[in-house]
Write a protein that binds this ligand. Structure first.
Ligand code: ADP
Ligand code: ASP
Ligand code: MG
Length: 596
């Protein structure tokens, strides 16, 4: 018999009327012949209220007690939901995370799921009951209640769907589905009928609050068909599937992380091993870093900057201070008046000019770029927080994503034959997932070596809106496929941009860049033909902080210097000198237990 998992978010069970409406969906699915598992979140703003209540008592509640407290929100919901189903005439049973068999690691407030034992759950389903399960919670080996992190009920639902090999996992929420960006910030946002796992994973990880990013990791790893639907209507919502929509839009969606912080380690030694130390101290605190940029300063010193969620800043500063102490030199600086705007789309794999278009829209809106980083299917920029809503709207419109625009790509100079993940990659992934000892373990499926590119770096770029747009537009006009881009305004106020292009296009590209540079006083161009790019591929690579840590540790042990870094949930790439490429490839394969 087919199994369906339905998850209802807080707003969808906020009142008795809504609980009854949600329960009638579960009942309808059962009467249509399915076995039904329902996962429920705490009602309305319950979790926030519980957090506030704890804060009234202490600034530093113990994480174990916090989990004990927060788990009550979901417990209230499941009991009421079960009563509603029973009232509608179907047998139902409510269960806590522990009772449905969700075992997590022994860490509180951000615990990862290790396993789900489904025997008890299946017995109830077999007896004809609708099972109503608490989202967001589990127990550790000692039976302590743990929680999965804010928004974690999505993850419970997808993990249960994976463990039960469910036919579909339906996420009922307070919007019509996944939009091109948060419709509450950009009213012109458009519903996306279908989106790929990779795109949704990046969007969620970069700030699109509609889905918990870890739930998409489960969906991708275990191939769970996932649908996001409104709880208040019968609309079809959004299907999250292996492949997205096949339309002409290059960018699928935009995400905003409003509360970011930027941390810089300045005047640190410029030598191999520095990145390893920084990543190790962040990983030890489970802090996912993003937008990692290094600038080489004068006199053999370097500067490394990265972003973290502002809520992790205090812990980040402690970790960064200890890294600086260990390096024996340097200073830590930070700033909080920043937000991250990202564009995501599988189409970026194959189109030129995407970055140029994004930067152009931002320049027209008068928004200065404080940092830029890219990965295969995303581009992120850091902007002043008070400009982020305007920035989001401008980029959304620039890519013709507004609901009133037609699906004409704003870019699309050339379609290359570069591409989508191959069937071979799917097989690799399946094999790695099959070997996992815990459900939420990190998946690294491949390490790739690309030594066909060259790097261009421009120092002392003028610091004003529009310069990066001008530069990338010139390159796009030459039909050159730009791969990695990193830009940063250093602590000393100097802006540097580096990007990689196919080595065969380098000379053509240099001509285009020099033309732009002739109008920029003080800007200095340098380039390197002999680079190699190493890419570690997998799922959940950024949020599982251990991957970057292991990667940089392995490269440091081989005394390999890292020139550029890109991070995302599905790949982490580094640029090294070309003659280090083969050694770096071998050591990374070994680190992650893979064969070349
Ligand atoms: P639930 O309580 O059902 O889990 P959430 O509040 O966690 O609901 O997620 C739904 C909210 O996510 C929406 O109300 C919307 O404001 C926000 N959101 C952010 N980005 C997007 C997006 N790209 N598409 C749809 N909603 C989004
Ligand atoms: N109730 C939890 C929260 O508010 C989990 C969830 O809603 O997904 O974060
Ligand atoms: Mg949610």
């Amino acid at each position: 018999m087919s199994i369906i998992v339905q998850k209802f978010g807080g707003t969808s069970v906020a009142t008795a009327t809504r609980i009854l409406a949600a329960a009638s969906r579960a009942v309808a699915a059962k009467r249509a012949g399915h076995q039904v598992v329902v996962v429920v979140s705490a009602r309305g703003k319950k979790t926030d209220e519980l957090i506030d209540l704890a804060r009234e008592i202490t600034d530093q509640p113990q994480p174990r007690e916090m989990d004990m407290l927060l788990a009550t929100g979901e417990q209230e919901s499941v009991a009421l939901f079960a009563m509603a189903v029973q009232k509608l005439g179907e047998p139902a049973i409510s269960m806590t995370g522990g009772q449905i068999g969700v075992v997590t690691e022994a860490s509180h407030t951000k615990a990862r799921i290790r396993s789900i034992s489904t025997e008890r759950l299946k017995r109830h389903l077999g007896d004809g009951r609708i099972v109503i399960a608490c989202g967001f919670q589990g127990v550790d080996d000692e039976g302590n209640i743990t929680t999965l992190g804010r928004g974690g009920s999505d993850t419970t639902a997808t993990a249960l769907a994976a463990a039960l090999a469910a036919d579909e996992c339906e996420i009922y929420t307070d919007v019509d589905g996944v939009y091109t960006t948060d419709p509450r910030i950009v009213p012109a946002a458009r519903l996306v009928p279908r989106i790929s796992y990779d795109e949704m994973l990046e969007m969620a990880s970069l700030g699109a609050g509609v889905m918990h990013s870890r739930s998409i990791e489960f969906a991708k790893k275990f191939r769970v068909p996932l649908r996001v639907k409104p709880s208040y209507s019968q609309a079809a919502g959004t299907l999250i599937a292996p492949e997205g929509e096949d339309d002409s839009r290059v960018v699928t969606g935009l995400a905003l992380a409003r509360n970011e912080a930027r941390v810089s380690l300045v005047d640190i030694p410029d030598r191999p091993g520095v990145m390893s130390l920084i990543f190790a101290s962040m990983a030890a605190h489970k802090i996912p870093v993003d937008m990692v940029v290094q600038n080489v300063g004068a006199g053999g010193t370097a500067e490394v900057s990265f972003t973290v969620p502002e809520s992790d800043l205090a812990e980040t500063l402690t970790a960064a201070e200890s890294a600086v102490k260990e390096l024996g030199a340097g200073e830590v600086r930070s700033g909080t008046n920043v937000a991250k705007v990202s564009v995501v789309g599988s189409g970026m794999r194959t189109h030129t000019g995407v970055a140029a278009q994004m930067f152009q829209s931002l320049a027209e809106a008068g928004v200065n770029l404080e940092m830029i980083t890219t990965s295969e299917i995303k581009i992120s920029v850091l902007v002043a927080r008070d400009k982020c809503d305007a920035a989001l709207k401008a980029v959304h419109r620039g890519f013709n994503l507004d609901a009133d625009t037609v699906a004409v790509p704003a870019v699309g100079v050339r379609q290359t034959n570069g591409g989508r993940p191959t069937v071979g990659q799917d097989e690799l992934l399946k094999e790695v997932v099959g070997r996992l000892s815990h459900m939420e373990d990190i998946v690294v499926s491949e390490v790739q070596l690309d030594d066909s590119q060259a790097r261009i770096t421009i120092d002392d770029v003028p610091d004003r809106p529009g310069v990066c747009a001008q530069l990338l537009a010139a390159v796009a006009e030459g039909d050159v496929m730009v791969d990695m881009i990193v830009q940063n305004i250093s602590d000393a106020g100097k802006s540097q941009i580096s990007f990689t292009v196919p080595r065969d296009d380098l000379q053509r590209c240099l001509l285009l860049v020099r033309e732009v540079l002739s109008a920029w006083t003080g800007a200095m161009l340098n380039y390197e033909t002999e680079i190699a790019k190493l890419t570690v591929m997998g799922i959940g690579l950024r949020t599982h902080t251990g991957v970057g840590d292991r990667m940089f540790r392995a490269l440091a042990a081989e005394i390999i210097n890292v020139q550029m870094i890109n991070t995302s949930e599905i790949r982490i790439s580094v640029v090294v000198a070309r003659d280090h490429g083969a050694a770096a490839h071998t050591c990374l394969l070994q680190t992650f237990g893979l064969h070349g």
